[in-house]
Design a binder for this molecule. Structure first.
Ligand code: NDP
Length: 394
């Protein structure tokens, strides 16, 4: 059987690839998969925010056409590192958007935060395939992004492990046959902490996720369970079955990545080791399958699977996300923007762990802009919410 499986495209056609956020955790896992058969891919664009050294190393290794650094102050360092290589370089947020216009077949959207929104929208407008890891952009601008997908005919492939699991479980089915979508959640490192114990947790404790190895921001989001709240909003946009058909289930082993229950009460689940290479491989080879070197799922070793209802009192971020999408309008964008600022402040030890949700709640209750009707409105709301969050921290 192994010999019959394929890596990449069975036709032998070379897939051209752009990776926005190439130096991060998801970007690195994507490039690890490409290393399995580099001759099958042509790397057009790689981007980073400020890690010029890593970006240059990757651009050289994969013979990228263009390396873009979002922080323009880091452009001289990128220039020096790539001198004489013939690799084109660019710097600044506008350069990211320009790079997203380059006509690659498959774009990985793995920038962290709403900074990824404009490049993703630009890549979607080209009508090719976008693999979406950057959940914050979808949470903030869900209606806008899904309308752009519809208009351009782009293929949006979910990379977040839960949404990729739902996508796989839904293959070929119509959403009107769905009774329930269940998003599983590990519960994060503080699943068993009391509300009082959570007040004193440190950034080092919060980023030490029990099952997954991820970037710092999503690790903190997993610890507050805001990550699951953002994923709830993400699921609402990607699989429009209605909020009452989406539920969250705590499953500490992270073996079942999500489940679809159909109208006939059949439930289909996707399982795998907690390794982001698995959902990324699914998106990279889609609609085919590729061979990976990921660890197999050993259910004898795992032996048991546990499930619990989520605790909305100890993890108020879940309630905030639920209420934000139920209320709609600007609320999800405000929640996302304030959370991004609050998580950075927590990582810099300027805000307590439990104050992350408190700050989100306060600004959601104080700031009531009109529903955004386009990208400019949305970016204005995002930046005002960030300014209010910064004021709320000092
Ligand atoms: P990382 O922090 O590891 O990487 C983020 C990437 O984005 C880096 O390449 C970073 O560049 C770049 N970046 C950061 N800020 C900016 C900016 N302002 N402008 C442009 N580029 C920027 O994050 P992850 O890989 O963990 O997560 C990426 C996205 O994927 C997030 O939205 C996350 O929620 C989602 N995701 C991640 C999973 C995971 O397992 N890690 C799982 C599911 C979803 P630099 O290195 O220079 O800072």
């Amino acid at each position: 059987m192994e010999d019959e499986q394929i890596i990449g495209d069975a036709s032998g056609a070379i897939k051209s690839i752009s990776i926005f956020g190439a130096t991060g955790s998801v970007g690195t896992s994507t490039l690890d998969l490409i290393r399995l058969a580099p001759e099958q891919y042509n790397i057009m664009v790689l981007t980073a925010n400020s890690d010029a050294e890593k970006l240059a190393q990757l651009a050289i290794e994969f013979s990228a056409d263009l390396a873009v650094i979002a922080d323009a102050q880091c452009l001289p360092a990128l220039d020096a590192a790539l001198a004489g290589t013939g690799i084109n370089i660019a710097g600044g947020a506008d350069a990211l958007v320009k790079a997203a216009r380059i006509d690659s077949d498959w774009t990985m959207a793995s920038i962290v935060g709403c900074a990824g929104l404009e490049p993703i929208l630009t890549a979607i407008e080209r009508g090719k395939t976008v693999a979406l890891a950057n959940k914050e952009s979808l949470v903030s601008a869900g209606a806008l992004m899904m309308a752009a997908v519809q208009k351009s005919g782009a293929t949006l492939l979910p990379v977040d492990s839960e949404h990729n699991a739902l996508f796989q479980c839904l293959a070929g089915a119509s959403l009107d046959q769905v009774r329930r979508l269940t998003l599983t959640a590990s519960g994060g490192p503080f699943r068993k902490f009391s509300a009082a114990e959570m007040q004193n947790v440190t950034p080092a404790q919060a980023v030490a996720h029990p099952n997954w190895s991820m970037g710092a921001k999503i690790s903190v989001d997993s610890a507050t369970m805001m990550n699951k709240g953002l994923e709830y909003i993400e699921a609402y946009h990607l699989f429009p079955v209605g909020l009452d058909k989406i539920e969250i289930l705590v499953h500490p082993q992270s073996v079942i990545h999500s489940m679809v229950e159909y109208t006939d009460r059949s439930t289909i689940a996707q399982l795998g080791a907690p390794d982001m290479c698995i959902p990324i491989a699914s998106a990279l080879a889609w609609p085919k399958r590729m061979v990976t070197d990921c660890a197999p799922l050993n259910l004898v070793d795992i032996a048991r699977l546990d499930f619990e209802a989520p605790d909305y009192d100890r993890f108020p971020s879940l309630r905030l996300a639920h209420d934000a999408i139920a209320q709609g309008g600007a609320c999800p964008a405000i929640l996302n923007a304030v959370n991004e600022v609050a998580v950075s402040a927590f990582l810099e030890e300027r805000l307590g762990f439990t104050e992350i949700a408190q700050l989100c709640e306060k600004i959601l209750s104080d700031y009531h802009p009109k529903t955004p009707h386009g990208l400019d409105d949305l970016l204005a709301i995002d930046s005002k919410a960030r300014a209010l969050a910064i004021e709320g921290i000092v």
